[in-house]
Structure formats: structure tokens, C-alpha cells
Design a protein around this ligand. Structure first.
Ligand code: G3P
Length: 224
């Protein structure tokens, strides 16, 4: 499963990318607004840090506007993926942009039928919002499982990008459901490698090591 960071904060992106584990980044209007920076410059900055797919969202609500904006966004960097919402206009824009070779991430997907239609219109990614479905008492991960099954049944090129991931358990469930990608905030990503037993184990190993005679020179002996 690919791991994307769901943020427009370059410090968070750099830190996580340094670990060699970040395959892409997703942004949305809320995340861009939170940073308060120039949209184009910020997307280009992110595209330069992470060579994978970087999602940038259209703002128009009509298909012509989305197509116009999508074409522009796609010129900002070769790894930009254009985000469009799963509305009738968004689906129409997805088809037009996809036919022109522009990768589209159809976002705000909350049902299997929405995902099916986006896949039929050539979506590169579909983004089911897991946490927001959980918020209203539904099972967001069930949607991820259904979408993966539908895509496999018909061999669509579309990848399921599990979004609105809020916890490490969501990440595990997305991987078990066969999601192609999970996108998560840095706060969730940074829990994935942590375990108290790892920290306790390290403390013990290092304490024991210091009982070894000349432990400081055990690996790099000092020259006489
Ligand atoms: O990837 C979509 C994400 O940004 C939405 O997450 O937590 O606001 O539902 P959330």
C-alpha cells in the first residue's frame, strides 16, 4: 500500500519524506487555506520535495471551470494530479481531463455507486472519506472494501485512495481492505513506527552495551 501525506505543510512533508516512506501528497482547499501561502508556489514546492503524485484541487463548481482549472494545475508540475469533486460536473470534468491524459483524483466519494461512476470516467484515484463516514455512524472502511472489489471485478485503472484517515487502526484496516493508497495527516503517520517496547528495548540494549570494556571503541577502534 502506498502512503501519502494529507497536508500542505512542507516541514511535515520534508520530515516524513526523509524517512523514504512517502509516495505522494494530497491537499485540499482547507489544507491549503490553513497554510495561508500562494497556492501555485506551495504545490510546486511540494512537487519538488516528493516525486510521487501530488493532488491539487479545483475550486470551480461547473465542469467547464473545473476543466479549465484542471488543465492549468496540470502545467504546474509533471506530478500534479487534479482533484475534482464527485458531483455530476466533477464526473464530466474527470472524463474530459482523463481523455486528455491528465490524471484526476475524484474526491468526496461517499458511496460505491459514486466510485463506480468515477472509475468508468477514467479516474486515476478515487478518494473515499473514511473518517467522515465513521463520523455519521457508518463504516467507512466497508466502502473502501467495496470499491477495491468493484475495481478488481472490471479491471479499472483507478486506484482507491483511502482518505480522511484519522487513526493508525484506519491505516491497518485500509491495508487489509486492499486500498492502493492511504493518505493521512502527519500526526497519524508519525504513530505508525512508534512502539513503547521498541523504546524500552533500545534503552536496555544501550545500557547493557556500556558495561562492555572499551565499548566506545568497539566499532571504530581508535588508532594508536
Ligand atoms: O483526504 C481528505 C481529508 O483531508 C479529509 O480529512 O479528517 O477532514 O475528514 P478529514
Amino acid at each position: 500500500m502506498k502512503i501519502f501525506l494529507d497536508t500542505a505543510n512542507v516541514d511535515e512533508i520534508r520530515k516524513a519524506a526523509d524517512l523514504g516512506l512517502i509516495d505522494g501528497v494530497t491537499t485540499n482547499p482547507s489544507l491549503i487555506a490553513k497554510e495561508g501561502k500562494n497556492f501555485k508556489e506551495r504545490i510546486q514546492e511540494i512537487c519538488a520535495i516528493v516525486p510521487g503524485d501530488i493532488s491539487a484541487e479545483t475550486i470551480a463548481t461547473d465542469w467547464e471551470g473545473m476543466v479549465r482549472e484542471g488543465r492549468e494545475l496540470a502545467t504546474w508540475a509533471p506530478n500534479v494530479v487534479v482533484k475534482a469533486p464527485c458531483t455530476p460536473d466533477g464526473l464530466r470534468a474527470c472524463k474530459i481531463l482523463s481523455d486528455q491524459g491528465i490524471n484526476v483524483n475524484v474526491t468526496l466519494v461517499f458511496s460505491t455507486t459514486q466510485g463506480l461512476l468515477a472509475s468508468k470516467n477514467g479516474a486515476y484515484f478515487i478518494s473515499p472519506f473514511v473518517g467522515r463516514l465513521d463520523d455519521i455512524g457508518l463504516d467507512g472502511m466497508e466502502l473502501v472494501r467495496d470499491l477495491v472489489e468493484v475495481i478488481e471485478n472490471y479491471g479499472f485503472r483507478t486506484q482507491v485512495l483511502a482518505a480522511s484517515i484519522r487513526t493508525p487502526n484506519h491505516v491497518i484496516a485500509a491495508a487489509k481492505a486492499g486500498a492502493h493508497i492511504a493518505t493521512m495527516p502527519a500526526s497519524v503517520f508519525n504513530t505508525l513506527y512508534k512502539h513503547p517496547l521498541t523504546d524500552i528495548g533500545m534503552t536496555r540494549f544501550l545500557a547493557d552495551w556500556k558495561t562492555l570494556p572499551n565499548y566506545e571503541e568497539a566499532i571504530f577502534p581508535k588508532r594508536a
